[in-house]
Write a protein that binds this ligand. Structure first.
Ligand code: ADP
Ligand code: MG
Length: 234
């Protein structure tokens, strides 16, 4: 038991260290990105512009990898709070709306009002953002993403995120969620790993249905918030 405690303590120190290193690296990267943008001028040759664009894209990719690692390494000491999932989903859609519009993709939602869960708000939002982002990238352009949500009879809140994108084969489905598995040229393959970890930690699960060329449906089930029964006072 004592050994376990020491190990947990060490892990906490390691992940805090990783988090602070990642945090420190972000600032110089942001400033490099800013200067790269300043260099983008019309009088540059096509080739020079291309090099600058690639540099900015690669910086963004490094940034995303750092963000995903931070999410994985985060020490789990945060307090759970009661979350209005319906508004959190709307906020996540709002965050992804410009990316969707850029690709001519429409996001519609039909989520029951005031669905509530107990959990870590920012983490749950990250799950929705990661999955919606994948859906957009699976469609590429001109398509639809439908989000629905309701309470189930067995005390869960169930959210479906459905896209009419490229879909996946059975083989691809099996590999899904293992770290670094990505079919994208610039993917990190960490997004779904993070999602699985967050949802599992809150006592939920993610189910995936997919058909090649037809589309994919992600189902996220999370325990619904239950009002604590009134304390007994004699
Ligand atoms: P990344 O997006 O960086 O590739 P993820 O962990 O988010 O990493 O996703 C891993 C892989 O799962 C993707 O590269 C893609 O092949 C597949 N995938 C995820 N979501 C979908 C989806 N909605 N439709 C089709 N494929 C998907
Ligand atoms: Mg992704």
């Amino acid at each position: 038991m004592k050994q376990e405690l020491i190990r947990a303590e060490k892990m906490n120190v390691v992940s805090q260290l990783a988090a602070s290193v990642a945090h420190e690296i972000r600032n110089p990267m942001t400033s490099v990105r800013g200067f790269m943008q300043l260099l983008q001028k019309e009088e540059l040759t096509k080739e020079q512009q291309l090099y600058i664009n690639i540099s900015i894209e690669e910086l963004d990719r490094a940034q995303e990898i750092i963000n995903q690692y931070l999410a994985l390494a985060k020490p789990q000491t945060d307090q759970y709070e009661i979350i209005n999932l319906t508004s959190l989903i709307q906020q996540s859609i709002d965050v992804m709306q410009s990316y969707a519009l850029l690709n001519s993709i429409q996001i519609t939602q039909e989520v029951e009002p005031s669905l509530k869960i107990e959990g870590l708000k920012l983490e749950v939002q990250q799950v929705f953002i990661n999955i919606i982002k994948n859906a957009i990238e699976a469609i590429k352009s001109d398509g639809e993403i439908g989000i629905s949500g309701s309470k189930t009879a067995d005390g869960f809140v169930s959210i479906q995120i459905k896209d009419n994108g490229v879909g996946m084969t059975k083989d691809q489905l099996k590999k899904l969620g293992s770290p670094y598995y990505s079919t994208k040229e610039k993917g990190t393959g960490l997004g779904l790993t993070v999602c699985h970890q967050i949802v599992k930690q809150m006592g939920g699960q993610i189910l995936i249905n997919s058909e090649l060329t037809k589309g994919t449906c992600f189902t996220i089930n999370l325990p619904a918030y239950k009002k604590k029964s009134e304390e007994y006072t004699p």
